[in-house]
Design a protein around this ligand. Structure first.
Ligand code: ZN
Length: 230
């Protein structure tokens, strides 16, 4: 009887292992095929991931995860693209229009991130203040979070901010005040305009903003290449 029980338990554990998809180890409701993604878009067009370079022609991009110059030391994305869900993209376009009146513009540092990227990041840096826990996924996986900074439109030069992008430090927090007046003003300007258009700051990272109801959008694991073909 004991031996039989052992066999039952072993089979149960093994079949459990086989059921786990390494691309989705926590069994989250992730759209990881174009078929699933397109079905979601057909049902709710607001969940479409749109190319920011089409929504804001000439938008400045510096997608660090498409280069070696990021905290992992290797390129995570195969191309330097920024996709966001449609309402998020339009809100950002309104931000850009307002900034233009001041001679300023946005530079996008990261936008939609396929779930595979989140899995990989957490393996490298398992601290959930700065890197989303794959158990829940990142808001970047939903296409409703964006990392960005401000630039001068005439020179393309970045306005001075408290830290560089992805500085995993206390200085990156909105609560960190021991900074030059101009830096505090730049951070506050970005925050003020983003909040006006429906974005919410993430306290530990001055560069990260979530759109209103960000978590109501679906998690995705479709590649930039597939989105570009679409
Ligand atoms: Zn972010």
């Amino acid at each position: 009887m004991k031996r039989f029980l052992l066999l039952v338990v072993t089979v149960a554990i093994m079949s459990g292992c086989y059921r786990t998809d390494p691309r989705n180890p926590y069994n989250l409701p992730i759209a990881n095929t174009m078929e699933k993604y397109l079905a979601q878009v057909a049902e709710d067009p607001d969940t479409e991931l749109v190319d920011m370079e089409e929504i804001i022609p000439g938008i400045a991009l510096h997608i660090a995860y498409a280069t070696e110059n990021n905290f992992t030391g290797v390129p995570i994305y195969t191309s330097p693209k920024a996709f966001l869900c449609r309402p998020v993209a339009h809100a950002l376009s309104a931000v850009q229009d307002s900034l233009q009146k001041l001679g300023l513009g946005l530079k996008i540092l990261d936008a939609y991130r396929p779930y595979a990227g989140t899995l990989y990041f957490y393996e490298i840096y398992p601290h959930s203040t700065f890197v989303a826990n794959p158990k829940t996924g990142s808001i970047h996986n939903r296409g409703t979070a964006v990392d960005l900074t401000l630039i001068r439109l005439d020179t393309g030069e970045e306005l001075e901010m408290p830290t560089h992008f992805d500085s995993f430090s206390d200085t990156a927090s909105h609560t960190f005040m021991d900074l030059p007046e101009q830096v505090l003003e730049n951070r506050a300007l970005l925050r003020g305009i983003m909040e006006f258009y429906g974005f919410h700051p993430y306290e530990p990272e001055w560069w990260h903003y979530n759109f209103t109801n960000a978590r109501s959008y679906p998690l995705r694991d479709v590649s930039f290449e597939d989105l570009m073909k679409d």
